[in-house]
Write a protein that binds this ligand. Structure first.
Ligand code: IPE
Ligand code: IPE
Ligand code: MG
Length: 241
């Protein structure tokens, strides 16, 4: 593969997660409607999914809509889900052809019905694909995810399926939306904000962070490979030495 970046494709992160932030500011800078920013964000996402599959990444997780994003105007929330439906319906065949498996992190039963159906169809269509695992965090919040896991554990104890002594980190992990998946090695956040905003709180314990001022709609393959290249130059200790 010819890239300007010095990337060791045998040492890729297993799991890259992305906080796709900056659509609003991108649109504001251009003097166009905010929803046009969200549309442009989808175009950026398409490129990153394709590139991830091409380089042989195992897991890509993107933060598409948080449990806090419901606080935005009805117009914006409705628009975001319409754009999601449009993208899913138009792109799902291509995604399927790329052997990508779509998973959803978050309770998507409560999103608008059309979006819920589009997402469910995408998960169903791609469920046996063996290429990139593409997780879309939708109505996702890290605290919500951990709270649900705690509830499930409590219910299982109450019904006698689990005992208190059985509870350990792996039992908690097994009840998260990411059950069975490796933790993210690299978390990218665009738009210059230096925070997690409730993303993958449990899973990010030892993730490497990559922050860039680039607004999400401007994030492209070159920036993505640049982030992976920087990741490969980090030294991870996991508390040891
Ligand atoms: C990220 O872009 C997309 C979502 C949160 C859905 P924003 O809409 O947060 O963009 P900014 O932060 O206002 O620029
Ligand atoms: C995080 O971005 C959520 C998504 C990218 C979907 P926000 O724009 O919602 O985060 P805050 O509110 O600036 O922390
Ligand atoms: Mg934002």
């Amino acid at each position: 593969m010819t890239d300007t970046f010095d990337i060791d494709y045998n040492r890729l992160p297993s799991h890259v997660a992305v906080i796709m932030d900056g659509n609003g500011r991108w649109a504001a800078a251009k003097g166009i409607p905010k929803l046009s920013g969200h549309k442009a964000g989808m175009e950026a996402l398409k490129k990153i999914v394709r590139k991830s599959g091409e380089i042989g990444l195992e897991y890509l997780t993107v933060y598409a809509f948080s449990t806090e994003n419901w606080k935005r105007s009805d117009e914006e929330v409705g628009g975001i889900f319409q754009i999601l439906v449009y993208y899913m319906e138009r792109e799902i065949k291509e995604i399927h052809k790329q052997n990508v498996k779509v998973n959803i992190l978050g309770d998507y039963s409560v999103i608008p019905a059309k979006a819920e159906k589009a997402v469910r169809d995408a998960v169903e269509l791609t469920k046996n694909n063996t290429g990139l695992q593409f997780n879309i965090a939708l109505n996702y919040g890290g605290r919500d995810e951990i709270t649900r896991a705690v509830k499930r554990i409590a219910e299982e104890i109450k019904s006698g399926k689990l005992s208190v002594d059985d509870i350990d980190e792996s039992e908690v992990s097994a009840r998260l939306f990411t059950a069975g998946m490796p933790d993210p090695d690299l978390i990218i956040r665009t738009s210059g904000e230096l925070r997690l905003s409730n993303f993958l709180l449990w899973q990010s314990a030892y993730s490497e962070y990559y922050f860039t001022d680039c607004l999400w709609p401007d994030f492209d393959e070159a920036q993505y490979l640049g982030a992976i290249s920087e990741y490969q130059n980090r030294k991870r200790n996991f508390g040891g030495r």
